[in-house]
Design a binder for this molecule. Structure first.
Ligand code: URA
Ligand code: ZN
Length: 396
């Protein structure tokens, strides 16, 4: 019971030291470069992960790789446990010849990072840090090497899944070549944390005003996740691997808002109609969503959309059948939807610009959980930590 009151951050990143060293050696994006601050001979490191990144990249320092810094951040915000993942762009731009060994070495490093973290003093059965490993999903890497890395991750006791970008082997997540990968991940019971990196359409061609990183980050990132998971669902991966566990970053992007429109488009498209076993909306009840949405109305909406998923078991059901099912499945609700939502911070991104003690990005996402009007304390506890403990099977 004590475990259910824990605050668990499932969306929190690092650039492992080995990765940071690798980025320092690179001369093209992604890279870490050193530049003068303008104050005497002082220099600072900047992380550049996208071409044309505004401001010449972001300042980067120990908060991106140091375990002590992660634990200090956790203590400052009352976070009991973090499930950390390498930040984007992972191994996407790394040549196939280097990606496999780098993935394996980084997984071993991450396991050490987690196993060397303290236990929770209030409950020794938990570590304070668990991790999500990396797969060498790079064009040219043999599928067998990816399967071997899945086996490696599943033998590392503190790694509970993998973080994955949206491109697969370069052809998206609906690439047939990935079929054995889904099968192996599902069989190993690992969780996939699906996270964007590239963004889509920042609208630069529609206007000239400078908006920093706001459009790609706030709009492009979530749309990228939406497209990636939609392609995966439409390719029937969930019909073939129903036990696959996928957690979507940023509350699933636009998928909750657009799922009925998506369903209608599928129904009316001669190429896609009838391809899936279920209505597209049904698959939302198979996914998990982080609660990194920053507002109570958004969280409530996402929980409502997940909670209605069971109403749509049959892709061919007509409107009146669906209405009858609605009455039958009264147990499915926002409360049920909240069982699939997990709190996160996106640390070390979004640090306060004014150096405030507590990070607004953290406090806002916690307050949002408190302010969802239709959730009770049971749902709040679940989203803050209970769901993470069961999804990732965190107890040691
Ligand atoms: N910016 C990124 O590049 N990655 C994140 O995860 C969040 C913000
Ligand atoms: Zn993130």
């Amino acid at each position: 019971m004590a475990a259910r009151a824990l605050l668990v951050d499932i969306h929190t990143h690092i650039y492992p030291p080995r990765y940071a060293s690798y980025l320092r050696q690179r001369t093209s994006v992604p890279r870490i470069l050193s530049r003068p601050t303008g104050k005497g001979s002082e220099t600072e490191e900047r992380l550049v992960i996208l071409n044309d990144e505004p401001g010449g990249g972001r300042p980067v320092g120990p908060q991106y790789w140091d375990r002590g810094e992660k634990l200090r951040f956790m203590d400052k915000h009352g976070i009991d446990i973090s499930v950390i993942s390498t930040a984007n762009p992972w191994l996407d731009p790394i040549p196939a010849t280097e990606a496999v060994s780098l993935a394996e070495d980084m997984n071993t490093d991450l396991e050490e990072f987690c196993s060397g973290s303290p236990s929770l003093s209030s409950d020794e059965s938990f570590k304070r840090v668990y991790g999500l490993g990396l797969l060498p999903l790079v064009s040219g890497v043999p599928i067998q090497s990816i399967l071997d890395t899945i086996s490696q991750v599943s033998t590392l006791p503190h790694l509970k899944g993998v973080i994955m970008g949206t491109r697969g082997l370069g052809k998206g997540l609906d690439d047939e070549a990935l079929e054995p990968v889904w099968e192996a991940i599902a069989k190993a019971g690992l969780v996939i944390f699906l996270h964007p990196h590239y963004g889509v359409a920042d609208g630069r061609e529609w206007g000239e005003r400078e908006n920093g990183h706001v459009l790609p980050l706030a709009l492009g990132f979530p749309m990228e996740t939406t497209i990636a998971i939609t392609r995966l669902i439409l390719s029937g991966v969930y019909d073939r691997h129903p036990s696959l566990k996928i957690l979507l970053a940023h509350s699933g992007g636009c998928l909750p808002q657009l799922s009925s429109r998506l369903s209608s488009c599928v129904t009316h498209d001669p190429i896609v109609a009838g391809r899936l076993k279920h209505d597209v909306r049904w698959y939302l009840g198979k996914l998990w969503f982080d609660a990194v949405a920053y507002g109570p109305e958004e969280l409530e909406f996402v929980s409502a959309v997940i909670g209605r998923a069971e109403r749509y078991p049959d892709t061919h059901a007509d409107v009146s059948t669906q209405a009858a099912l609605t009455a039958d499945s009264a147990q499915w609700s926002k409360q049920e939807g909240a069982r699939r939502m997990l709190w996160g911070t996106d640390h070390p991104f979004f640090p306060p610009l004014d150096g405030n003690e507590k990070w607004k990005s953290v406090v806002e996402n916690l307050r949002a959980i408190d302010d969802v009007t239709s959730w009770t304390e049971t749902e709040r506890l679940a989203v803050r930590g209970g769901n993470a403990i069961s999804l990732f099977n965190l107890e040691t």
